[in-house]
Write a protein that binds this ligand. Structure first.
Ligand SMILES: [Zn+2]
Length: 356
């Protein structure tokens, strides 16, 4: 719609259905996307903030998986705590996409356990999930120029804040770099996911993964807010602000050395490391023990190579085959930058247990 690079001279209204949000106006809407068994409306909260100056239209969405909460607070704070007096363009803020899942505190739509985030762009005459996706996509995603979709790890695991993006698409790559994340995992995303389908529809979109389900994690929320501000500076919503550089960055591609380490024994897990920690080859990542803590049955899991713990088990129980941690190798320059950052924070805070 609004195209900042073409230098739209006049701010434009944001329109959906028969609603117009004029430049300088904000609107809180409960937008009907479906109906319950009782015939009551299922309504998704949306805040539209239209700036007084021309600029791009950006959507921010969260809780496409209903129990992934961190992003909800990111989107709410951007929409309602930030000062938008100097906004160029329009923000479309969707803190809870999957309302039925959110009400049940479940990942999927409770109706036949459908994944809303595999149902985009949706269809007006298909399944209930695709009808909901279609309502959201056509009203609030397609009219945008860029998108940020917030997720967390699946229940029982956590991950460091990272961006998932198709970096072969230049506009998506630009967003992914602007978000100020240390780690970018490259890939076009699953079919039916919001970021892939939005990007395919001409709305470059990235996913931000942060922390674990069922939590508000303040450190990650603050990190994500820095990323949002940085993206808004990059795309021209806040042209006088600067893009934030995270200090070091690694882009993980198909050719990168990475692995989901899996348990070979069932048992109770004593995890030695947390998300975002550096581990050296041969270091013990965790031990798996039986209920009697018998030494003979104890298994130590060692790091197969030096790398970064991007994702890690939180719920300390495993069957053989369950994932323990997502370990990613770093190139030498990145490794040195990270070691410098870690030693600087150690000397600043006095010990590895402080400041976490
Ligand atoms: Zn998710």
């Amino acid at each position: 719609m609004a195209d900042v690079e073409a230098g739209a001279a006049e701010p434009e209204p944001f329109t959906y259905d028969d609603v117009r949000v004029e430049p300088g106006e904000s609107r809180n809407e409960r937008y009907r996307i479906s109906e319950t068994y009782l015939g009551d409306p299922i309504r998704v909260p949306v805040t539209i903030i239209n700036g007084t100056r021309p600029g791009p239209t950006v959507f921010l969405s969260a809780a496409a998986h209903g129990d992934e909460l961190n992003g909800i607070e990111v989107v709410r704070e951007v929409a309602h705590d930030w000062d938008h007096a100097d906004l160029h363009g329009t923000l479309v803020c969707l803190p809870v996409l999957n309302v039925p899942g959110f009400l049940a505190q479940e990942r999927y739509l409770p109706i036949y356990d459908r994944d809303l985030n595999r149902s985009f762009p949706g269809h007006g005459e298909s399944t209930s999930a695709k009808r909901m996706a279609h309502r959201l996509f056509s009203a609030f995603v397609e009219p945008c120029d860029y998108g940020l979709d917030f997720h967390t790890s699946t229940r029982g695991r956590t991950n460091m804040l990272h961006v998932r993006a198709d970096t072969t698409n230049p506009a998506v790559e630009r967003l992914s770099h602007a978000f100020s994340s240390n780690v970018i995992i490259d890939g076009d995303g699953p079919e039916g996911s919001l970021r892939r389908e939005a990007t395919d529809a001409g709305v470059p979109t990235i996913t931000i993964e942060m922390g674990e389900a069922h939590r508000f994690q303040r450190d990650l929320i603050d990190q994500a807010l820095t990323g949002v501000a940085s993206v808004l500076a990059e795309v021209g919503c806040h042209p006088d602000s600067s893009v934030h550089w995270p200090g070091w960055r690694t882009v993980i591609t198909d050719s990168s050395e990475k692995t989901w380490l899996r348990a070979d024994a069932g048992g109770i897990v004593d995890m030695k490391l947390g998300r975002g920690e550096l581990v050296h080859e041969g270091d013990v990542i965790c031990t798996i023990t039986d209920p009697f803590k018998e030494a003979d049955d104890s298994v130590s899991v060692e790091a197969p190579f030096t790398g970064l713990i991007v994702g890690v088990l939180e719920n300390p129980v495993v069957y053989p085959g369950n994932p323990l941690c997502h370990l990613v190798a770093l190139d030498d320059d990145t490794l040195r930058a990270l070691e410098r950052e870690l030693s600087a924070s150690l000397s600043l805070f006095g010990g590895p247990d402080d400041g976490a």
